[in-house]
Design a protein around this ligand. Structure first.
Ligand code: C2E
Ligand code: MG
Ligand code: MG
Ligand code: MG
Length: 284
């Protein structure tokens, strides 16, 4: 009967919910352990000036090293947000990024800006701005070397709060990028009031290039009007790169240049050469 079928569906639904809750609880508990056991690592993806090929910065992207495997942030950041673990986890990312900036300065005499992703829950938490300031102070790094990436969606949740926090971060000197731009629901009138420095064109609009280019063109124009740096995310081939170069896009990131790399490999490929350059110069 229809009623029995309904009851069965309900039972099935309940069972599914219970399983999902159980998986979530397990992930929550292991995220907590993972933080204590230092199982998280940052990988680094270069950001290049696409007109000259020069390295201008990098983005720190978290991974979870679990039982010899690397787990993607897409699968644990949402759980970390739901459970609140994102606060200490996000704090770790900020600390680790500052420590790395200092390490490169100390060991290779090279100052490279790092962009750090901040989740919605973390952005809204009252400790975010003081935590970022404290980390920069503790590691004695110039705030200009740390760029905070916040998704368009987080900024639009509570615009007044966003303006207040971004003003504090900006006046302290930190860079601010709107991540995944074009995928959220920004009100353009508010965007004008946000003290941001950079807009990152979401990968999905770059992957459509050069065939579908309306959105990418619009974002590039908007960036020029608002006097913002535009970064194109997810450049994977020559055709995309050429299209962006020809339209005056200045900064790019993507597998075409490099995937995100573990610290030691990133240092080998992008950082160490600068210390030899610096040494050659000073020994002349
Ligand atoms: P995102 O900040 O937009 O980072 C860009 C993502 O695109 C990264 O995925 C990067 O590896 C990937 N990507 C870069 N270039 C290409 C390309 O050419 N092709 C393709 N197919 N992908 C490319 P990843 O590392 O898996 O990170 C996914 C998302 O997880 C990030 O998106 C960010 O939202 C979040 N995330 C990563 N690290 C952190 C973190 O430390 N804290 C927080 N809160 N979120 C993070
Ligand atoms: Mg990002
Ligand atoms: Mg992005
Ligand atoms: Mg993203």
């Amino acid at each position: 009967s229809a009623k029995a079928a309904g009851t069965n569906q309900w039972a099935f639904f309940k069972q599914q919910m219970t399983e999902r809750a159980a998986v979530r609880l397990r992930t929550e508990a292991s995220l907590h352990d993972a933080l204590i056991n230092k199982e998280f690592v940052l990988h680094f993806q270069p950001k290049l000036d696409i007109q000259t090929g020069q390295l201008i910065g990098c983005e720190a992207l978290i991974r979870w090293q679990k039982d010899g495997r690397l787990i993607s942030p897409m699968s644990f950041i949402p759980v970390a947000e739901e459970t609140g673990i994102i606060i200490p986890l996000g704090q770790w990312v900020i600390e680790e990024s500052c420590r790395t900036i200092k390490k490169w300065q100390n060991e290779y005499n090279f100052s490279l800006p790092i962009a750090v992703n901040v989740a919605s829950q973390q952005f809204e938490h009252s400790s975010l701005v003081p935590d970022i300031k404290k980390a920069a102070l503790r590691y004695q790094i110039a705030p200009e070397l740390l760029e905070i990436e916040i998704t368009e969606t987080s900024l639009m949740n509570d615009v007044q709060l966003a303006i207040k926090k971004l003003d504090e971060l900006r006046s302290a000197g930190f860079g601010i990028a709107v991540d995944d731009f074009g995928t959220g629901y920004s009100s353009l009138s508010y965007l004008r009031h946000l003290p941001i420095t950079t807009m990152k064109i979401d990968r999905c609009f770059v992957s459509d290039l050069p065939k579908e280019s309306a959105i990418a063109s619009t974002i590039l124009m908007l960036g020029k009007q608002l006097d913002l740096k535009i970064v194109a995310e997810g450049i994977e081939n020559e055709a995309q790169l050429t299209w962006l170069q020809e339209r005056g896009c200045l900064i790019g990131q993507g597998y075409y240049f490099s995937k995100p790399l573990p610290l030691n490999i990133f240092e080998d490929k992008y950082i160490k050469q600068h210390s030899t350059e610096a040494k050659t110069l000073s020994s002349r």
